[in-house]
Design a protein around this ligand. Structure first.
Ligand SMILES: Cc1cc2nc3c(=O)[nH]c(=O)nc-3n(C[C@H](O)[C@H](O)[C@H](O)COP(=O)(O)OP(=O)(O)OC[C@H]3O[C@@H](n4cnc5c(N)ncnc54)[C@H](O)[C@@H]3O)c2cc1C
Length: 423
């Protein structure tokens, strides 16, 4: 039997704290065992011990996915004790960090070291492996998915051995960047960064039609452009959006877009209600107070405006109770095999259901519209994909499955949800 460096086996964790829930509380599992290893050695021996007993294994990040991606009835691991930066290469602007490090932990180090992440999403509480492996993105027509920055990683295999992935193993790198943990537990990642930069953020309000007219120009001219379309006045409270009526080009409070552009600047930091300049990572995150269950699809960019128009019409005409805003962002194509943006410049269109309400007809209607444009769902947000759908929309799906089967023929890193998609 394998024991960890702390002399622990999966039996030692018993059924204490057996239940696990994700952050929004819409996914849960009863676990045979759970553990928070302190080191890579301990991680490897816990995994080997669990698979030796026939248990499946999943690693959770910060639990911010809305889908059942992190669930297991076997050994459930958190890398909350495996955090921190291991190595910084200032010449190449690269950093190697333990996979449990949160984006927020990382950017504190980057700020002090004169570095920045190339892009970030709306929150920074995710673990690095958790965020990257579901294809988390920010906004920017010329900026790819965050996982595109991964230039190396370590994958712990079911027998506890480690595969080192880097640019000399291009298939593993392109498969591993967005792999939902099914190619192994990620113990560390090496990321390409850029020199520290400040962002100038500007937010304001436009009519929906005027946002559509400005769409191409704003996306082209600014490093980051995004908007929230808010059907009703209360919509912006759902995501704690600032009251941009003060900077409005229209006096209207409903059916408007809360617009945001961000660009790199040399200006000194300042902060006013609708414009500010600060270090990159101090600008990217927005504040979420409400709970919501989100669906988000990457729509081929040429269909973006048509797609958002169709979803808006659906909401106004058939689902007036759906008051959560549409979030609309841009992401450029990349090469990762299972990236929702694989070789496809995209906009992302997201909608949310209200927890406690029966929102399934609404989400299915949005799914039908967006899939009609050849869109690909965010792996961490609500979707309705089957294995056959994955095969038809991801040209490298079968290569990915073949690699997964080679590394983990018994499917220890799968759960029911992932087996349906990737077995
Ligand atoms: C409020 C909120 C805001 C969000 N904003 C954005 C946004 O702006 N852009 C965007 O694209 N997404 C966004 N998301 C989605 C979120 O970024 C993803 O769901 C992300 O995967 C969550 O990261 P996590 O650390 O919580 O991972 P988890 O949800 O815990 O896990 C995600 C996946 O990663 C796997 N995993 C985690 N750690 C490891 C590891 N060490 N080894 C192997 N596999 C591992 C898990 O098993 C699971 O399959 C948001 C979600 C919320 C709740």
């Amino acid at each position: 039997m394998h024991t960890s460096s702390h002399g622990m086996t999966v039996n030692d964790f018993g059924l204490e704290n057996a239940d696990w829930r994700n952050w929004v509380g819409n996914q849960s599992c009863v676990r045979a065992a759970s553990a928070a290893p302190q080191s890579e050695d301990e991680l490897c021996s816990l995994i080997a011990d669990a698979t030796g007993k026939g248990l499946n294994v999943r690693v959770a990040g910060s639990g911010h996915s809305f889908t059942p991606v992190a669930l297991t009835n076997g050994l459930h691991l958190t890398l909350a004790n495996m955090k921190g930066v291991k190595h910084i290469d200032h010449d190449k602007r690269r950093i190697t960090a333990s996979a449990g490090t949160t984006i927020n932990d990382l950017v504190k180090v980057l700020k002090a070291e004169g570095l920045s992440m190339i892009n970030q999403g709306d929150i920074d509480s995710q673990a690095l492996a958790g965020a990257f492996t579901t294809g988390t993105h920010g906004t920017g027509a010329k900026l790819p998915v965050l996982a595109d920055a991964i230039v190396g990683m370590k994958l712990v295999q079911p027998d506890g051995s480690i595969i080192t992935v880097d640019e000399s193993t291009p298939d593993l790198l392109l498969a591993g960047r967005v792999s939902l943990g099914v190619l192994g537990a990620i113990s560390e990642v090496t990321l390409q960064l850029q020199g520290s930069y400040r962002l100038r953020e500007k937010i304001w309000r436009e009519d929906f039609e005027s946002a559509m007219e400005m769409h191409d120009e704003l996306a082209e001219k600014h490093r980051h452009f995004s908007f929230f379309w808010c059907p009703y006045e209360e919509s912006r409270h759902c995501y704690c959006l600032p009251d941009t009526a003060a900077t409005s080009t229209t006096g209207r409070t409903t059916d408007v877009c809360e617009m945001k552009i961000m660009d790199i600047t040399d200006e000194e930091p300042f902060d006013t209600p609708f414009e500010k300049v600060a270090y990159s990572a101090d600008i990217y995150p927005i504040e979420y107070v409400a709970n919501f269950h989100e669906l988000e699809y990457a729509v081929p960019r040429e269909h973006g405006k048509e797609a958002v128009r169709a979803v808006r019409k659906l909401m106004l005409e058939q689902f007036p109770e759906a008051i959560y805003p549409i979030e609309y962002r841009f992401t450029s194509g990349d090469e990762a095999w299972m990236s929702p943006f694989h070789r496809q410049d995209s906009v992302t269109v997201s909608v949310s259901g209200e927890p406690g309400k029966d929102y399934w007809d609404y989400l299915r209607a949005v799914d039908k519209i967006l899939r009609g444009y050849g869109s690909r769902p965010h792996w961490g947000k609500m979707h309705f994909l089957t294995g056959a759908d994955v095969t038809s929309i991801y040209p490298r799906a079968n290569d990915f499955r073949e690699l997964r089967r080679k590394l983990d023929p018994q499917g220890f890193y799968l759960n029911d949800h992932l087996a349906q998609l990737f077995r």
